[in-house]
Design a binder for this molecule. Structure first.
Ligand code: DGY
Length: 322
């Protein structure tokens, strides 16, 4: 009998076709994210799972997944999966690093320009019929990128690629990591290591590029916003849970910081009643860091490859843990 594979969301046709050659395939087509109850019931009967960052795969679910050999997530981030529990249950986990580096750095860069030059806000002004209300030469002005200090929090693959983009816009780049890069790499990228405190103090823009972990959970909160420049912008294309959203709303309303551009949120997807949608100096995108035709197709390819290997008891091409 063919092994059972379940997908929590639709994947490219070529990927589904490939999967169907080998397995009995079922794709969730209802509301996104899939309900916990439905996912839990599937976990009990499947051999392979393809999931997405919206799906929370916790210990309770994994303990029920008696036949599950592999979870292949369509993402570089894997904080939605309890990795320790997966290991304990001998379930391999595959993910999709490297291939989405450029696409995500590009999005972070476009969000930075957008919020600094108030591009989306301008779009909203026109659609709202409010262009006629912009009279003075000082009304509705943005900020130059040139000569501004960009603080990159997490200079890994995506952070470094983002730095290269920013360099060509004549920005001064500082960064904070768990430890500094070798001097030769710093020189090549044109970046300078500073403490987290200095990053907050000196940056005109801060862009977050660290994973979501217990250490980074809601790290950007009220206390941190107090330490940033009043004019500073915050960009987040990493994970929503790194920011305390209530504190961000409050800080933006009280003008503690200049603005924010966010691609990721604590609970996705967010709707139009979310408090962020009521604030003008904030740009929102629906978690599209990796969302280009080329990158998403490559991710689908890797996701399927990881699943094929894991379901046969082999280590996925890109594997978290074993
Ligand atoms: C990922 O793959 O984890 C990214 O967040 C996608 O944009």
């Amino acid at each position: 009998m063919k092994k059972k594979v379940f997908l929590t969301r639709k994947l490219h046709d070529f990927a589904i076709k490939d999967l169907k050659k080998h397995y009995q395939v079922e794709v969730h087509t209802g509301k996104i994210p899939i309900s916990r109850r439905k996912l839990e019931s599937k976990m009990e009967i499947i051999d392979g799972l393809i999931c997405f960052p919206y799906d929370q795969i916790d210990n309770i679910m994994l303990n029920k997944a008696k036949g599950l050999k592999v979870i292949s997530t369509f993402s570089v981030g894997f904080d939605h999966i309890d990795i320790e529990s997966a290991k304990k249950n001998k379930i391999r986990v595959g993910y999709t690093p490297e291939i989405l580096t450029d696409a995500t750095a590009d999005l972070a860069f476009s969000l930075m320009i957008d919020i600094m030059r108030r591009v989306s806000e301008g779009d909203r002004i026109i659609r709202g019929g409010n262009w006629k209300k912009i009279f003075g030469a000082y009304d509705y002005v943005g900020m130059d990128l040139q000569k501004k200090t960009l603080g990159i929090f997490g200079l890994g693959r995506i952070g470094s690629t983002f730095a290269k983009r920013a360099k060509s816009f004549d920005m001064k780049i500082i960064y904070n990591n768990r430890k500094p890069l070798p001097k030769s790499k710093e020189k090549k990228l044109g970046v300078k290591f500073v403490s987290f405190e200095q990053l907050l103090k000196q940056s005109d823009v801060i862009s977050i590029h660290v994973p979501h972990t217990p250490q980074t959970h809601q790290l950007f909160n009220k206390k941190i916003f107090e330490k940033m420049k009043k004019s500073a912008f915050l960009i987040n294309t990493a994970r929503g849970k790194i920011i305390n959203e209530n504190d961000l709303v409050d800080s933006l309303k009280k003008k503690k910081i200049g603005g924010a551009a966010l691609d990721v949120f604590e609970f996705e997807p967010i709707g139009k009643s979310h408090p962020f949608t009521k604030i003008s100096n904030i740009t929102l995108t629906p978690h599209i860091g990796s969302s280009t035709e080329e990158t998403r197709a490559k991710m689908a390819e890797i996701t399927v490859k990881n699943l094929h290997l894991g379901i046969r008891g082999k280590k996925p091409r890109f594997s978290v843990g074993f």
